[in-house]
Design a protein around this ligand. Structure first.
Ligand code: AMP
Ligand code: MG
Length: 488
């Protein structure tokens, strides 16, 4: 009987582009023993796989280069991009491969990408590998973002291999199988623009419109219309990051999705306490990708994308469109933050700004604070704020609490309704660094149960049900808002 993987339907549209868009390459076989660390049954279902029919050994073999599925035509995508402000023409899938594109029974297309699949023509000095630590972080982090309602790539599974990989120290090697409708990046367009390859640009534009934005095909100015849509998606993505305290860590243009999804998880983190100047990546000396600079950086990245499109539409139109970014971002950001506090994004903006100032000055765990407010535990919220750092006085806390209460009560029919609506947008749990690290430490010793448990925990972020007390608590002070290694 064929297994679920054998019956996948591949339809590799990117692989039908001219050869100079990629390098054809099969995954390098990884050292055995390889073991499946965790599987995400929901993503299996998205691919049209019944998780009960999935042969885990076959999946592990596929994910570690010991089996090629019929119809899969692996390739490494070529792209370029601006890294830390400087253009780098030599990028591309250096340690990941697009294994192919799967069409599920509902007709949806999913690209399947294997991270850690070995060296390619774009590896430069890298080993083409991924370590277990960062693979687990991406696996759990991306699923958590998805359930918070933040657009992101998703992941099917993680395998640990028998290889030891050299980073700051030797670490277990791993592979991650991730999916998204498209891995196209701003950097794909930048590559052809800086190569001065007009035909390549036109081919890429047509491919992008055909496959991702077909409703723009008949637009009189399709490149500008594409820019507008990508900009809108990017603005709403970063608005959600800011409203939930997500810091990406490496916002280079090669990590910017044309679908407006969170892509290429590196040293990402959620703010434990509200610290706008937090820098997640410990190699980011200048703080270019600090939490509070993310919106500005996304705007800058969009300017790079606009530049890359300038051979396909008039520059004036792109410039005019780009000027809308701050407004698009602010509108969405204020809306998301106001929804978390149950107030009006326009008329209550000063109240929201006061809230952020209080959070910053008190250095409290703002996720916990928001959850307490949502649950109607107002006394506990007030106590938490008052116990914060010396930057806030009791009078400031009391004044803010009473203005908020007076306002919020006018918007909801009853306290019960208020709690119901606010709890649905204020998580009890986030994939915080210390939680992920506990799962990683256990997995590195061969115990994958915590990875599996956290997957289930992050799938229901808005309820305390099914959580352990430690999932809901703030990390100890010495573990809060730590910078992370960018090596992955
Ligand atoms: P990142 O910012 O981590 O998404 O990676 C930037 C570029 O470096 C991309 O072209 C990656 O494919 C490449 N890269 C990252 N890590 C490795 C590695 N270990 N081996 C080869 N290439 C890598
Ligand atoms: Mg990348």
């Amino acid at each position: 009987m064929p297994s679920a993987l054998d019956s996948l339907t591949f339809n590799n549209r990117y692989g039908q582009l001219p050869e100079y868009f990629y390098q054809r390459k099969s995954p390098q076989s990884l050292k055995k023993p390889a073991t499946l660390v965790a599987l995400n049954p929901e993503v299996a279902s998205l691919l049209g796989i019944n998780p009960c029919e999935l042969d885990e050994e076959q999946l592990t073999n596929w994910m570690t280069g010991h089996l090629q599925l019929r119809g899969s035509e692996p390739l490494a995508m070529k792209y370029a991009g601006h890294q830390f402000g400087y253009y780098n023409p030599d990028l591309g899938d250096g340690r990941g491969l697009l294994l192919g594109e799967i069409t599920n029974p509902q007709g949806q297309h999913w690209e399947v990408h294997l991270k850690g699949a070995g060296q390619t023509a774009f590896s430069r000095f890298g080993d083409g590998r991924a370590v277990l630590r960062s693979s687990i972080r991406e696996f759990l982090g991306s699923e958590a973002l998805h359930y918070l309602g933040i657009p992101t790539t998703r992941a099917l599974a993680v395998c640990v291999t028998g290889e030891a990989i050299r980073r700051e120290q030797l670490e277990p090697g791993a592979t991650l199988l991730r999916i998204t409708p498209s891995h196209l990046r701003f950097g794909h367009f930048e590559h052809f623009y800086y190569q001065q390859d007009q035909q390549g640009l036109e081919t890429l534009l047509k491919f992008t419109l055909d496959n991702l934005y077909p409703h723009l095909l008949d637009h009189p100015d399709p490149a500008l219309a594409l820019f507008d849509e990508v900009q809108e998606r990017t603005a709403s993505l970063v608005a959600l990051w800011q409203a939930y305290g997500f810091c990406h860590g490496v916002l280079n243009t090669d990590n910017m999705s044309l679908l407006g999804e969170t892509l290429d998880y590196g040293p990402f983190a959620f703010l434990d306490f509200y610290q706008p100047s937090y820098v997640g990546n410990h190699s980011d000396d200048q703080g270019r990708y600090a939490f509070d600079r993310q919106p500005q950086i996304m705007h800058w990245n969009l300017a790079c994308f606009a530049q890359a499109l300038s051979g396909l539409t008039a520059a004036e139109g792109l410039k005019a469109s780009l000027n809308h970014f701050p407004e698009l971002f602010q509108k969405q950001y204020r809306q998301s933050l106001a929804t978390r506090l149950g107030v009006n994004p326009v008329t209550d903006w000063p109240l929201l700004q006061d809230f952020l100032r209080l959070c910053e000055n008190s250095r409290v765990d703002w996720t916990r604070l928001l959850r307490l407010l949502a649950e109607g535990q107002l006394q506990a919220a007030e106590t938490l704020l008052k116990a914060g750092g010396p930057g806030v006085t009791a009078q400031q806390v009391e004044a803010w609490m009473s203005s908020w209460q007076n306002k919020v009560d006018t918007y909801f029919a009853s306290p019960q309704q208020r709690c119901r609506e606010l709890e649905a947008v204020n998580p009890c749990v986030l994939p915080r660094t210390h939680l992920l690290q506990q799962a990683i430490t256990a997995a590195e010793e061969g115990d994958f149960s915590e990875v599996k448990r956290l997957l289930a925990v992050f799938r229901h972020p808005f309820t305390p049900d099914g959580k352990q007390p430690g999932d809901l608590e703030s990390p100890p002070a010495h573990q809060q808002c730590l910078p992370l290694s960018c090596s992955s």
